[in-house]
Design a protein around this ligand. Structure first.
Ligand code: FE2
Ligand code: FE2
Length: 275
C-alpha cells in the first residue's frame, strides 16, 4: 500500500492556484491514501481547505489538526466544525475523533493533534511566547487590561497545554488498545514531535528554551510503552510543527519522521510504502 504524507501545508498562505497545484501533485502520485499531520489552515478556513483537498484528491484522507488550525478560534468549536465536515465527507477522516484505521491484517493508522506539554526542556526559564498563546481563544485571558499583553499567566498556559497533550496521549492509548496484537505496522500521525530527538528546528534539535513549546513528552512516553509491548510491530510516527525535517530512530521498532516545511510552499513529504 502506498500512502502520501504531507505536513504543515498552511494553505492559507497560497492562492487558489497553489491549492490546486498541491492537489494535482497528490493526484499524480496515484497513491491509495493521503495523510496530513496538521497546520492545514486556520480556524476559519481549515474546513474549507479540507473540503478542497478531500474533493480534489478523491482518496481516503487521514488528518489531524495542528496549532495553526485553531488560530482565531477555540479548540472546541474548531474540532466540532471539522468533525461535522467529516460526517458529510466519507473520504475525510479526523484521526483525533476516530477509531483506528485498519487496513488488512497488517497495517493500522492512528493519530491525534497532540500538543506541546512543557515537560521537555526548561519551561520555567523559557521566555518563548508562541502565537498560539495570543491567537487561540482558549489561551486568552478572561479579562484584558488596557496596555497589557493579552496573555494568561505562564502557569495557566502550561495547564492548558498539558490538558491538550494529555488528551492526545489518552486517545492514542485507547486507539492502540483496540488494535490486534498481531498488527505488524502502526502509523501514528500527530502534529507535535513526541521526542527531543525528533524535535528538529532550523536544522538542529531544539534547545531547552524551545522544547517545552515544541515537543509532546507525554505522547512520547506512551509510544515507548507501546513499542516495548509490541516488539514485533513497527511503529512509524509522522509529525511536523517545527518545519525542520529529520528522522529519529528511538528504538528498534519506533521511528519518528519530522517533516520540513516552508510557508507558501506546500509539498508532499514522502510516499510511504507499506507491504
Ligand atoms: Fe506549521
Ligand atoms: Fe504547528
Amino acid at each position: 500500500m502506498r500512502l502520501a504524507w504531507a505536513t504543515d501545508v498552511h494553505l492559507n498562505f497560497v492562492d487558489e492556484r497553489g491549492v490546486d497545484a498541491f492537489i494535482g501533485a497528490v493526484q499524480k502520485l496515484g497513491v491509495a491514501a493521503l495523510i496530513l499531520s496538521g497546520d492545514i489552515g486556520e480556524a476559519e478556513n481549515a474546513d474549507y481547505f479540507l473540503t478542497r483537498i478531500g474533493d480534489g484528491v478523491a482518496i481516503p484522507t487521514y488528518f489531524v489538526l495542528g496549532n495553526h488550525d485553531f488560530y482565531g478560534g477555540t479548540f472546541k468549536e474548531t474540532r466540532h466544525k471539522v468533525k461535522r465536515l467529516t460526517a458529510e465527507k466519507p473520504n475525510l477522516f479526523y484521526l483525533s475523533a476516530s477509531d483506528p484505521i485498519v487496513s488488512g491484517v497488517d497495517l493500522a493508522i492512528v493519530g491525534h493533534d497532540g500538543w506541546a506539554d512543557g515537560r521537555l526542556g526548561d519551561y520555567d526559564e523559557s521566555d518563548l511566547v508562541l502565537n498560539d498563546y495570543v491567537l487561540i481563544t482558549d489561551f486568552r485571558p478572561i479579562k484584558v487590561t488596557e496596555g497589557s499583553l493579552p496573555l494568561r499567566p505562564k502557569s495557566e498556559r502550561l495547564k492548558l497545554m498539558q490538558a491538550q497533550a494529555d488528551e492526545a496521549a489518552r486517545h492514542l492509548e485507547w486507539q492502540f488498545s483496540v488494535l490486534a496484537a498481531s498488527t505488524k505496522h502502526i502509523v501514528v500521525v500527530t502534529h507535535v514531535p513526541p521526542f527531543r530527538e525528533a524535535c528538529w528546528h532550523n536544522g538542529r534539535i531544539s534547545d531547552d528554551r524551545s522544547l517545552p513549546h515544541f515537543a509532546n513528552k507525554v505522547v512520547g512516553d506512551m509510544l515507548l510503552r507501546e513499542a516495548e509491548r509490541r516488539a514485533d510491530c513497527q511503529l512509524t510516527v509522522l509529525c511536523g510543527h517545527t518545519h525542520s525535517g529529520g528522522e529519529a530512530r528511538i528504538t528498534d521498532n519506533l521511528t519518528v519522521i519530522t517533516g520540513g516545511a516552508e510557508y507558501g510552499k506546500p509539498k508532499i513529504q514522502r510516499v510511504i510504502e507499506i507491504s
